[in-house]
Design a protein around this ligand. Structure first.
Ligand code: ADP
Ligand code: MG
Length: 615
């Protein structure tokens, strides 16, 4: 039989390698900026157009390349950074694989302009899909400019796989932040579609953080410093009271390289134990320095995961350093006149004293608040108040805000829906529900038993309401007494900006949406003021992590996100009234049986099944 194995042509091999190195525009940004840093640049400018899909350009004032090197740099395994295998164990550069430029050139139109300091003229090379199209002499300043156009022009499948511009831009900003935070001694700027997103002068790490995340960041930081033989730690952790619901701001840099490490993350969490409100995550920006010989960066093609020789020691050192700095910070406020008393007792312990066994009613939960936005919601219980829950009704009424109460009456719609799956007897008197494990609601139905997942069910209810509000534009907003001012980074503001119209249709009223500040004067009736920032944070997080290729609109995403943040949580105790309300609202939905994320909201058990089990 004839031989069938052949060597792949270089351009095919490069395309395959590109699959590993270049996942999206942000990967190109990372590689180009890292090359500029390795070239000793002190000023680096990033220019992108349409989320990097049409242009990514990085201009540096580094050492530039000779004519030969400029040509060679696009060859696979062409690198100036290592010479022998041993060099791999003592890396001081970002790159070393020599694949980035070759990979990028295989899947885009690339234009390189470069000049070394003492040369008269520079080199200008154009490459399209690994083919050199032209090479000329050019007059340019010292340094290198690489422009990458039409990414994935020859791999339509990859191009189609890219997410929306919002999401891709977000990834680029993430990469940009990761390198800029690691190199405060280099000045960076970034432009998107002609407008400046970042302008970061040379500074120290703290100033860099403030320049990236906004002016108010400074007051939220607690410095961490610990120098030992094996490890130098410097940087900052966020004060516990500013901890966020989402894990946005968590950065480890090892020898100026951003890395991901769930193990080290755990060390930080351990240090914060008892200080964080449940469900929030510590922010940290920690710079670790170790001997390059004790780490292996080579285990991941994008080089964000590294292996440490002695992980256990690092863990212990890191945890104690962070704990120590938090401890010092906890003592400090005693001297501070404007001290925040919530810091005096760790949250976890503080809550333990408050619990009062007699309080049955969750004052934050107002069923009538629900009712007013719950279209098509059955009003059975309201017409026939039964004595068993009447006392609760009274309690809630007296506690709730009078204005809201009025509003709810105005908006209440009694479009009647008969929850036909319920036993007629049950409707006659009232639904018989009870809650188990603060998680499921149990009901009797004609055919047997119905179990409802409270969190998912409520998500479905809210999701349909929000969708309706956004599309039919009927939401009513509750005016806040004082405008609520929230801080977000500029890129986060960008996301809110894109969704502004839809958000307004749900009831949000923005009085300001500008540099790092959102000012809100009205919120949807279902949102309590204290949860506004969490709701928006969650929304930003969801937009950033939008499912690839999802055909759903921003509207759908928004409705899902709001529903997710506002739905009753698992673990929340519900009164009988609340349970019934939820059940009724669920069955007034168009698709009661699944949650907005396509999970079952209910399980039915037929009597026959139960009979079988008792057999
Ligand atoms: P690596 O960074 O792993 O060496 P790359 O493919 O990213 O591989 O780059 C290949 C080579 O091209 C580098 O080793 C470097 O010598 C040269 N090079 C790339 N970008 C620049 C730049 N901005 N300035 C100077 N030299 C560069
Ligand atoms: Mg490189």
């Amino acid at each position: 039989m004839a031989d069938i194995i052949q060597l792949l042509p270089d351009h095919v091999a490069n395309q395959i390698a590109a699959g590993e190195v270049v996942q999206r525009p942000a990967s190109v940004v990372k590689e180009l900026i890292e090359n500029a840093i390795d070239a000793g640049a002190t000023t680096i400018k990033l220019i992108i157009k349409e989320a990097g899909k049409t242009l990514i350009q990085v201009i540096d004032d580094g050492k530039g390349m000779s004519v030969t090197d400029a040509r060679l740099s696009f060859e696979r395994h062409a690198t100036s950074k290592i010479k022998t295998a041993e060099d791999l164990f003592d890396l001081n550069t970002k790159g070393f694989r020599g694949e980035a430029l070759a990979s990028i050139a295989a899947i885009a139109h690339v234009e390189l302009k470069t000049k070394q300091e003492h040369e008269e003229v520079g080199t200008h090379i154009k490459i399209e899909g690994s083919n050199i199209v032209s090479q000329e002499v050019i007059v340019v300043p010292k340094g290198t400019s690489i422009a990458v156009k039409n990414l994935f022009f020859n791999i339509p499948a990859r191009r189609n796989f890219l997410k929306s511009n919002t999401v891709e831009t977000r990834h680029i900003i993430d990469e940009f932040n990761r390198v800029t935070l690691a190199h405060s001694n280099i000045s960076f700027s970034m432009y998107h579609n002609g407008s400046e997103l970042f302008n970061l002068p040379i500074s120290n790490n703290r100033q860099r953080l403030v320049n990236v995340f906004g002016g108010k960041t400074n007051e939220k930081l607690v410095p961490v410093e610990e120098f030992t033989e094996v490890l130098k730690i410097s940087g900052f952790v966020g004060k516990p009271e500013f901890a966020k619901k989402t894990r946005g701001e968590q950065f480890f840099f090892v020898n100026n390289r951003f890395i991901k490490s769930s193990y080290l993350n755990h060390a930080i969490n351990a240090a914060f134990e008892g200080l964080l409100r449940p469900g929030t995550h510590a922010s940290y920006f920690l710079y670790l320095e170790v001997n390059p010989k004790t780490i292996d960066i080579n285990i991941h093609p994008t080089k964000t995961e590294i292996k440490f020789d002695d992980e256990h020691t690092l863990y212990a050192l890191l945890r104690s350093a962070v704990k120590h700095c938090l401890g010092q910070f906890n003592i400090a406020p005693i001297l501070d006149f404007e001290r925040n008393s919530s810091m005096d007792t760790p949250y976890n312990y503080k809550n333990k004293n408050i619990s009062n066994p007699n309080v049955e009613v969750d004052s934050g939960f107002n069923p009538f608040k629900e009712e007013k936005i719950s279209k098509g919601f059955s009003s059975n219980y309201k017409k026939e108040p039964a004595t068993s829950w009447e006392s609760l009704y009274v309690g809630l009424e007296s506690k709730s805000n009078a204005n809201r109460e009025e509003l709810s009456e105005l908006q209440f719609e009694s479009e009647k829906v008969t929850p036909s799956i319920f036993n007629d007897d049950a409707i006659e008197s009232k639904l018989k529900t009870f809650q188990i494990h603060n998680k499921y609601i149990v009901n009797t139905i004609k055919s047997g038993m119905l179990l409802i997942d409270q969190h998912r069910a409520h998500q479905r209810v809210l999701y349909e309401q929000f969708l309706q509000h956004i599309t039919v534009k009927e939401a009513v907003s509750q005016q806040l007494l004082f405008p609520l001012s929230l801080e977000f980074s500029n890129s986060e503001i960008g996301i809110i900006h894109n969704l502004k119209e839809q958000l307004e249709q749900t009831g949000f009223v923005f009085s300001k949406l500008e540099n790092e500040t959102v000012e809100i004067t009205g919120v949807p009736v279902s949102v309590v003021e204290s949860s506004v920032s969490i709701v928006l944070e969650q929304l930003i997080n969801d937009v950033e992590n939008e499912v690839p290729n999802s055909n759903f609109s921003q509207t759908d995403l928004l409705a899902k996100s709001l529903a997710k943040s506002l739905a009753i949580k698992t673990g929340q105790r519900l009164t009988v009234l609340e349970q019934e309300h939820l059940v009724n609202s669920l069955f007034a939905c168009k698709e009661p049986s699944i949650s907005p994320t396509n999970r079952a909201t209910t399980i039915t058990m037929r009597v026959e099944e139960l009979d079988k089990r008792f057999n």
